[in-house]
Design a protein around this ligand. Structure first.
Ligand code: SAH
Length: 243
């Protein structure tokens, strides 16, 4: 999987890209992240990449020249996504789609954002990581890279650990948040791990987990699942494991 990232702060990404799962994936050749600095393509003495906005107003806007030149020189995999708060919201469905592709690219804005001609004529789409405003696209790029990379085959040690997860869709096609998890010790400061998890009855554990995932989703993410949408089986599952 190749991911090209265009950023005027490549050093912002270098540290996180070298650590843990991403670091290992890159070492093993499963992930090829290439950082490109548009500043290398600036043409003036000060290597400037931004300019004042037409029409006036506060802040600076990233100029099209260095961004077009950087992308054209790298010839990156498409789609090329501009990161920006007005973009399509990233979700696990899109993450899965990207993980199944040979690669894609990300362009990070800074300051007040990028010249609109970059959005319209250089990038293929715009991607947001949520309804809030960051100071730059670099943190958003990391979010995208990490979410996608962990679904690339071979990147996570245990292929199973990607399966039963929040937002992933279970065998019944439900998109839920995950059930609670516990590890040793069985009793910690007087709080016990639920009995059912310690009995070794795998079918029962699966039922408990599904009941808990359903209950959590109803309580915390009612946008994913409405009470009236529950099947009879799911209702009886909730009755079987009351809170
Ligand atoms: N003036 C812009 C915000 C610019 S923030 C506006 O009001 O919409 C500077 C840069 O940070 C953006 O160009 C974009 O690349 C990045 N950014 C900010 N918020 C983001 C978000 N929610 N998702 C993805 N990128 C974001």
């Amino acid at each position: 999987m190749r991911i090209d990232v265009f950023t005027i702060f490549p050093e912002y990404l270098e540290g996180p890209l070298a650590v843990s799962l991403l670091g290992r994936a890159r070492e093993h050749g499963l992930l090829d992240v290439r950082l490109h600095d548009p500043r290398d393509h600036a043409t003036d003495r000060h290597r400037s990449v931004d300019d004042a906005p037409y029409g006036g107003g506060a802040g600076m806007v990233m100029a099209p020249g260095p961004l077009f030149a950087a992308v054209e020189a790298a010839d990156p995999h498409r789609p090329l996504f501009l990161l920006g708060p007005a973009g399509r919201r990233l979700d696990q469905g899109l993450v899965r789609e990207l993980a199944a592709s040979p690669g894609f690219s990300l362009l990070c804005g800074r300051y007040e954002g990028v010249d609109e001609r970059v959005a319209r004529h250089l990038c293929d789409d715009e991607l947001s990581i949520g309804d809030y405003v960051l100071a730059g696209g670099e943190a958003a790029a990391l979010v995208v890279v990490e979410a996608v990379a962990r679904l690339v085959p071979g990147v996570m040690g245990n292929e199973d650990s990607g399966r039963e997860e929040s937002f992933t869709g279970d065998p019944e096609g439900r998109v839920l948040v995950e059930h609670p998890q516990y590890t040793r010790p069985a009793r910690f400061r007087g709080w016990d791990v639920p009995e059912v998890l310690r009995r070794g009855d795998h079918a029962m554990v699966a039922r408990w987990r599904r009941a808990r995932a359903l209950r959590r989703t109803l309580a915390r993410r009612p946008d994913l699942l409405a009470e009236q949408d529950l099947t009879d089986d799911e209702r009886s599952l909730l009755d079987e494991f009351p809170e």
